[in-house]
Write a protein that binds this ligand. Structure first.
Ligand code: ADP
Ligand code: ARG
Length: 364
């Protein structure tokens, strides 16, 4: 294996000052990319050729990142564990990979699901969504994929999805050839990923766009699959209102059907493998779009209270967006070190508490 280029080593060395000098930056990368880590890792490469720079370049270009690191291939997680492991521990509260913890085997808890609608009057919850990510065995993540691989993966996933049955049956719509109008409408309606994400861009994850990217969905747009955006697959179940049980069951059915057709990358320690360390493990993000006008009056306090329940608050258009019309996206933050069932239950239990709190503040 050839050595890491001298100019790349220089960029890795320079990353330290760039991160530390930005006083407004609070990324996990800034916290854990120490001089010692840089020294010990600047000359390493994975078998597929990924260097530490390939992992950190997004966080260095975007010092306002929350996390700031991606894995170009699965091997990066172990080759560069000096920086990935502390970040994984910090993000997935309670999981300590450095002490040898392993992510538990998948368990969607199908036989014990019980999520009565926490908002039966439809006063607070606008919609509910559960998504998980999957990577196809035998392929690296975005920065190392060739254009031919994007096309090949798109075809494989498309034909697998076209075999789905019942409520999940639907159509694949490639981004290539989609009108801007259709694309923008799908984004505005919260069904499709946005374009040109600067974090992915700087991670080298948008190459050959829109080749190989697209969206599959059923007629009602309650079951959707994103192809080759941040992850090879994002499998999504969503609908208006707070009926999490129906939504989660649909996701489980979808994952089960797709798993029979496509082999996914899984690791004993890390769980399901994804491009970003925040998405490892269960890869599950269960969220509600919710209006909590009293609780969200004081945003700092709202974030703090949500944090108490291990919940993360995003804006109405997802990550790195603002809340429009008082609608927030509240989801489970951690995805690793707990089962799929527990990740979803964590969101559910937290939302029940937030609604209680909101009610107690009404009329005061
Ligand atoms: P991801 O959820 O895949 O990590 P984002 O945070 O960017 O990515 O969200 C993707 C899209 O899903 C955005 O349009 C966002 O508004 C939408 N979304 C997330 N949660 C919900 C929800 N509970 N109801 C409706 N749309 C949602
Ligand atoms: N790299 C971005 C940041 O650090 C996103 C991190 C988590 N989100 C994600 N979509 N992987 O802010």
């Amino acid at each position: 294996m050839a050595a890491v280029d001298a100019d790349v080593v220089k960029k890795i060395e320079g990353a330290y000052d760039i991160l530390q000098k930005d006083e407004k930056g609070h990324s996990l990368l800034k916290k854990y990319l120490t001089k010692e880590v840089i020294e010990a890792n600047k000359n390493k490469k994975t078998a597929m050729g990924a260097s530490l720079w390939d992992c950190i370049q997004s966080g260095v270009a975007n010092t306002d990142s929350g996390v700031g690191i991606y894995a170009p291939d699965a091997e990066s997680y172990t080759t560069f564990k000096d920086v990935f492991y502390p970040i994984i521990n910090d993000y997935h509260i309670g999981f300590d990979i450095s002490k040898g913890a392993k992510h538990p085997p998948a368990d969607f808890g199908l036989n014990k699901l019980n999520f009565p609608n926490p908002d039966s009057e439809g006063k607070y919850i606008v919609s509910t969504r559960v998504r998980c990510g999957r990577s196809l065995q035998g392929y690296p993540f975005n920065p190392l994929l060739t254009e031919a691989q994007y096309k090949e993966m798109e075809q494989k996933v498309k034909s697998a999805l076209e075999g789905l049955t019942g409520e999940l049956a639907g159509t694949y719509y490639p981004l290539t050839g989609m009108t801007k109008e259709d694309q923008n409408q799908l984004i505005a309606d919260h069904f499709l990923f946005k374009e040109g994400d600067r974090f992915l861009q700087a991670a080298n994850a948008n190459r050959f766009w829109p080749t190989g990217r697209g969206i599959y969905h059923n007629k009602d747009k309650t079951f959707l699959v994103w192809i080759n955006e941040e992850d090879h697959l994002r499998i999504i179940s969503m609908q208006k209102g707070g009926d999490l049980l129906t939504i989660f069951k649909r996701l489980i059915e979808g994952v089960n059907q797709i798993e029979k057709k496509l082999p996914f990358s899984h690791d004993d320690t890390l769980g399901f493998l994804t491009f970003c360390p925040t998405n490892l493990g269960t890869t599950v993000r269960a969220s509600v779009h919710i209006k909590l006008p009293n609780l969200s009056k004081n945003l700092d306090e709202f974030h703090k209270i949500a944090g108490k329940y291990n919940l993360q608050v995003r804006g109405s258009a997802g990550e790195h967006s603002e809340a429009v019309g008082g609608i927030y996206d509240v989801s489970n933050k951690r995805r690793m070190g707990l089962t799929e069932y527990d990740a979803v239950k964590e969101m559910y239990d937290g939302i029940v508490e937030l609604i209680k709190l909101e009610k107690s503040m009404e009329g005061k």
